[in-house]
Design a protein around this ligand. Structure first.
Ligand SMILES: C[S@@+](CC[C@H](N)C(=O)[O-])C[C@H]1O[C@@H](n2cnc3c(N)ncnc32)[C@H](O)[C@@H]1O
Length: 233
């Protein structure tokens, strides 16, 4: 999986790309991230990427020229002009596990991170973007959202997680949320590991885990519905 990330802050990705599962995915060659600082594509002396909004108002808007030049360069260099192009915006479709799975199945994609007040509208209209959001809140830039996309999909790539099963049993992968997990010590601050997990009876353990997962899923679904209804009101 190759991801071209267009950003004004490539250094934000440095530690992220070296550590933990994402670092392992990169070391194994399963993930390749190409960081493109689109400031490089600004042609004026000061490498200007933003300007004041037409019509007035606060903040600065990302100019179209450097973004179009950077996107065109990546598409041309890759030889895959049809690759998925993801524009990060709080107004986009919510990123979720289904989208992470879809992304993990793409050999190559481009992710555009905004800053300031966001993009000149002609950028939105200039390509066949998938506009995705990390959630209904406003970050200062798209970089954390891009990292979320990369991490959620990289852990699904074959051979990246130590145990292939761990991604399969994760929440949202199936219709059920994950069950509770315990490790040593057996007793900690008045809380004990449930007896069933110490029983060695694998059928009982599987049944207990399934029941716990079902209870959590039902509770999550009712909280989620209540939350959506509140937002609709
Ligand atoms: C401060 S935000 C711009 C917000 C914009 N003025 C609005 O109200 O919709 C700057 C950039 O951060 C990124 N961003 C902010 N919140 C995001 C979110 N929830 N999901 C994805 N990207 C986000 C986008 O790339 C956006 O262009």
């Amino acid at each position: 999986m190759k991801v071209h990330v267009l950003t004004l802050f490539p250094r934000l990705f440095e530690a992220f790309l070296e550590e933990s599962i994402v670092g392992i995915a990169a070391d194994k060659g399963a993930l390749q991230v190409d960081l493109v600082d689109f400031r490089r594509f600004a042609t004026d002396r000061h490498h200007t990427v933003d300007d004041r909004p037409y019509g007035g108002g606060p903040g600065m808007v990302i100019k179209p020229e450097p973004v179009f030049a950077a996107v065109d360069e990546v598409l041309q260099r890759s030889g895959r002009p049809g690759m998925p192009k993801i524009l990060l915006t709080p107004q986009g479709a919510p990123f979720d596990q289904r989208r992470a799975e879809w992304l993990a199945a793409q050999p190559e994609c481009l992710v555009l991170c905004g800053r300031y007040e966001g993009f000149d509208e002609r950028i939105h209209r200039g390509y066949d973007w998938l506009e995705w959001s990390l959630g209904p809140f406003v970050l200062s830039g798209g970089e954390i959202a891009a990292m979320a996309l990369i991490e959620a999909s990289a852990r699904l790539l074959p051979g990246v997680l130590g145990h292939e099963d761990s991604a399969r049993q994760d929440s949202f992968v199936n219709d059920l949320l994950d069950h509770p997990h315990y490790t040593r010590p057996e007793r900690f601050r008045d809380q004990s590991v449930p007896d069933v997990l110490l029983s060695g009876d694998h059928e009982r353990i599987a049944r207990w885990r399934r029941q716990e997962a079902e209870t959590r899923t039902a509770s999550w679904a009712s909280r989620h519905t209540a939350c959506t209804e509140r937002q609709e009101r």
